[in-house]
Design a protein around this ligand. Sequence first.
Ligand SMILES: [Zn+2]
Length: 299
Amino acid sequence: MNKQHTYCSENKERFLHELIELLKMPSVSADSAFSQDVFDTAEAVSAYLQAAGCDGVEICETRGYPIVYGEKIIDPALPTILVYGHYDVQPPDPVELWNSPPFEPVIQKTILHPEGAIFARGASDDKGQMFMHIKALECMLRTDTLPCNVKFMIEGEEEVGSSSLEAFLLENQEKLKNDIILISDTGIIANDVPSVTTGLRGLCYVEVTVTGPNRDLHSGLYGGAVANPINILAEMIAALHDENNRVTIPGFYDNVEELSAEERRLMAEAPFDLEAYKNALNINAVYGEAGYVTNERNS
Ligand SMILES: [Zn+2]
């Protein structure tokens, strides 16, 4: 371990400088105005992978933004780890709420970060983490301490639904073959509580248009006789959950995996302070607690 620590402290300033350069690149995948920046960031990531000592570095074209690949195979008999990350970032809007410009990284000490942290769009999602893994490889290669094979797959469309990823995975199964996938694109409970995420909630949304009469209606003449589209929409949204907060859409839970007793036990062990949680959100009660505001329905 000592060799690695020495290497990291000797190179800390360079690592910081390189990460800050990466964070300056506005790789906003959701906004086509930044399209060239997203492509440029893919180039930068590939250069960092190469500099770290990766072989076979490629900027793999997709129908959207490219996926950057690199690998270090030291012995095919050893296990292989695949590091997933993304180099695109969320749009920074609303910009006026930033204390410093989103693409001009600054290091600041705060109550949450007494030793200082980098503030910039993408610093914690996901350039910082992805860069950490690249530098970990560099460190282990330079100190001759790499214990396994490593592959990197860094995409540029995570913030817009990863639409090219599935096809890339299907087309490159041999190349991407691995024993463990390592993803650092989730949160940790606290800085001193290492956390492993074993599952994530999905996201599903639809756009619904409710149409009504052909003009604005006077409440005195039509109220009660003609349904107001806003009321109908509100009823539709409210009916998506029952009184126990379960989703009422038929088939919704068909493919949802039940947590095992062991998983529930482990989750219950994670430190959690309900009062702190409520205070942080400025709410009086959470679902199921006395005082929780329920959306009672008369149906
Ligand atoms: Zn992310």
